[in-house]
Design a protein around this ligand. Sequence first.
Ligand code: 8YV
Length: 327
Amino acid sequence: MTQPKILVARAVFPDVLVQLAQHFEVTSNQADERWTPDQLIDKLQGQQGVLTTGSERIDAALLGACPDLKICANMAVGYNNFDLPAMTAAGVIATNTPDVLTETTADFGFALLMATARRITEAEHFLRAGLWSNWRYDMFAGADIHGATLGILGMGRIGQGIAKRGAHGFGMKVIYHNRSQLDAATEAQCKACFVSKDELLKSADHLVLVLPYSAASHHAIGAPELAQMKPTATLINIARGGIVDDVALAAALRNQVIAAAGLDVFEGEPRVHPDLLALSNVVLTPHIASATLPTRRAMANLAANNLIGYLINQQPLTPLNDPVPFV
Ligand code: 8YV
């Protein structure tokens, strides 16, 4: 019997390729070349499955040009690189990697919050530049984390993880806004209180963004929202670029509308707006919130098991389509 063909669009752990090769004829990209959309279409000819990362866009044009494709397994929990309705209409399964990265990403959200509020990277750059010739009472004096009000916009699994860290670990008062209010038991576990978006913006000392990107969340934080925040506030984005208007944020940071920001994601990444790069009150990281080795492994394994689950056993593990199309 001939094996199904799959494409692994980016470099992955070699043993994941070995596992996949037990079931499939695998084309890999261990050189980690960045393909254009046309090159991706070309590589996908004759392939029934593809393992993608957030960088590969799967849209109606690609689906129309790749009639053999049956499943796209994203190695990410976010899937704004997928046109899900177009995939469902084409009978193509979409899967993501929920749960396996929740705690790691929540850890990072907290790390970025602390680095930003306590000005850790700014202070390190100062020290390395040999500028530490004396001590001053206000040298790198930042904002407190413990006891402060933690605001969370988007209260899914990762938001809840951040809330628990803040409430139980740092004695923070936690408020959140979400499309829908959590049930009372989950709110109690997170010690979190549902508020309006306006209230969240006005009351948070530290605001963490953990909502998915969609047309509805595009520039959810722009100049009007930043103007509602406290001048001492910290803004953290570990969700997606485009949720924050980066130009408006840079202006707000420059004009002390808010005190500081920590950004792991950017509009148009891997490009970063030069206005942000010019500022010292922003901590910038290259989309690494889920990047620990164990979690990357778990993500790669789940994506691989979705391909095996569907193409070999007709059962994807974590499908996104609603309804799930079956061929
Ligand atoms: C990925 C992420 O590293 O899971 C997500 O949604 O943003 C990150 O964990 C990134 O999308 C690469 O696939």
